[in-house]
Design a protein around this ligand. Structure first.
Ligand SMILES: NC(=O)c1ccc[n+]([C@@H]2O[C@H](COP(=O)([O-])OP(=O)(O)OC[C@H]3O[C@@H](n4cnc5c(N)ncnc54)[C@H](O)[C@@H]3O)[C@@H](O)[C@H]2O)c1
Length: 329
C-alpha cells in the first residue's frame, strides 16, 4: 500500500502520518507539502526515517504527476486553513483549496488511484444559533467566509469527479481539532503558549461563540476507518461532542495551569464570525463504530502537557511566524 498524504507537514496531516506509521507499519507513506508558513519538518521529525517527504505545491501539475504515480490511496489535507487570513486575502485560498484540489483529482483519475479521501470542515455548513441544531451529512452548504467557501468548492469538485468520472472518493467534514503540533496561531495553542509566557489570552467579541472540539488523534482514527472501511462515494461528519465557548475554553486552560482568570482579554470580533458549530456524528458511529475516545478534559490536559514538554517545537515557529492574528477554528 502506497499512501500519499498531502499537507502532511501541517497540524492534522502530521498527526495522521504519525498515526499511520504506528498502525500500518508496512505502508509506504509519502508526504507532499509546499512547506508554507503552516508546514514544518519538525512535526514529522519523530517518523522521518519511516516516510518519504517531497516538497511540492499541489497546484504544480507536473510535480504532482510524478508524486502520484504508483499511489494506491490519497489522503488530502493540504489547504490554506486560517479563516482570518482568508478574510485578509482570499487569493491563496482559492488557488490551493480549489485549483490545487482539482489538480490532484485530475491526476488521481489519470493514475487510477483506488481511493481519494478529502479532508473537509464543518464550516462549509455555515453557522448555527447558540440555542440548538447540529450539522450532519444532509445539511445544505452555506459557507460564510472565503476559507469556508473555498473548502465547499473543493468538496463539490471531489463529488463531481466521483459522479462524472467514477473516481472512488470519500469525504470527512470535521469540527475543530486540537492537540500536539497545532500551529500557535489557532486558539488553543495560542492560549496555551501565551499562558505559559505570562501573556493574555485574547477572546473575540463576547467570547461566547461555540465550537465542537475534537482531539486530533480521534480524528486520525476516524480518517483511518473511513479510508479503509467507509463506503465509496460517502461523506461522514466527525465531531468531538464537546461544545465549549471561548470563555470556557480559556478558563479551562488557565485552571489547568493554575493561572488567574484575569488573563482573559476581550478583543474586537472577527467580521462575519460564525456563532456556533456542532456536529452530529451518528452516521460514522453507526456505519463504522467510531466514537471519540478522548474527553475534552483529558484532551486539554494532554495538549497542555505536550506544549509544556515541546517548547523546542513551538517556540521557533511562534517567533518566526510572528503570529499577528489568531483563529478560533
Ligand atoms: N484544524 C482544524 O480544526 C480543521 C477542522 C476541519 C477541517 N480542517 C481541514 O483539515 C486540513 C488540515 O488542516 P490543518 O489544521 O492541519 O492545516 P494546517 O494549516 O496546519 O496545514 C496545512 C498544510 O498544507 C500545506 N500546504 C498549504 N498549501 C499547500 C500547497 N499549495 N501545496 C502543498 N501543500 C500545501 C502547508 O504547508 C501545511 O503543511 C485542511 O484541509 C483543513 O481545511 C481542519
Amino acid at each position: 500500500m502506497r499512501l500519499l498524504v498531502t499537507g502532511g507537514a501541517g497540524f492534522i496531516g502530521a498527526n495522521f502520518v504519525h498515526h499511520t506509521v504506528e498502525h500500518h507499519p508496512d505502508y509506504d507513506v509519502v508526504v507532499v507539502d509546499a512547506f508554507t508558513y503552516a508546514g514544518h519538518r519538525s512535526s514529522l521529525a519523530p517518523v522521518a526515517d519511516r516516510i518519504t517527504v517531497v516538497e511540492g505545491d499541489i497546484c504544480d501539475e507536473a510535480a504532482m504527476d510524478e508524486v502520484m504515480a504508483g499511489c494506491d490511496v490519497v489522503v488530502h489535507f493540504a489547504a490554506e486553513s486560517h479563516v482570518d487570513r482568508s478574510i485578509d486575502d482570499p487569493g491563496p485560498f482559492l488557488r490551493t483549496n480549489i485549483m490545487g484540489t482539482e489538480t490532484l483529482l485530475r491526476l488521481a483519475r489519470k493514475h487510477n488511484v483506488g481511493r481519494f479521501h478529502h479532508i473537509s470542515t464543518d464550516e462549509v455548513f455555515g453557522a448555527l444559533p447558540l440555542d440548538g441544531g447540529r450539522f450532519d451529512e444532509e445539511t445544505p452548504y452555506s459557507p460564510r467566509s472565503p476559507y469556508a467557501a473555498s473548502k465547499a468548492a473543493s468538496d463539490h469538485l471531489v463529488r463531481a469527479y466521483g459522479e462524472t468520472y467514477g473516481l472512488p472518493f470519500s469525504i470527512t467534514n470535521c469540527s475543530n481539532n486540537y492537540g500536539p503540533y497545532h500551529l500557535p496561531e489557532k486558539a488553543i495553542p495560542l492560549f496555551v503558549t501565551n499562558a505559559l509566557d505570562g501573556r493574555t489570552l485574547p477572546l473575540y467579541g463576547d467570547g461566547r461563540s461555540v465550537r465542537d472540539y475534537l482531539f486530533v488523534t480521534d480524528h486520525c482514527r476516524a480518517i483511518d476507518l473511513v479510508v479503509h472501511s467507509g463506503k465509496e462515494g460517502s461523506t461522514y461528519c466527525v465531531g468531538g461532542g464537546a461544545e465549549r465557548d471561548g470563555v470556557q475554553l480559556a478558563e479551562t486552560i488557565l485552571e489547568v495551569l493554575g493561572i488567574p482568570r484575569d488573563r482573559i482579554e476581550f478583543v474586537a470580533d472577527r467580521p462575519g464570525h460564525d456563532r456556533r458549530y456542532s456536529i452530529d456524528a451518528t452516521r460514522i458511529g453507526e456505519d463504522l463504530g467510531w466514537a471519540p475516545s478522548v474527553s475534552f478534559e483529558e484532551g486539554i490536559a494532554a495538549t497542555i502537557a505536550w506544549y509544556q514538554a515541546h517548547e523546542d517545537w513551538w517556540r521557533p515557529i511562534k517567533d518566526q511566524t510572528g503570529i499577528i492574528t489568531w483563529d478560533q477554528k
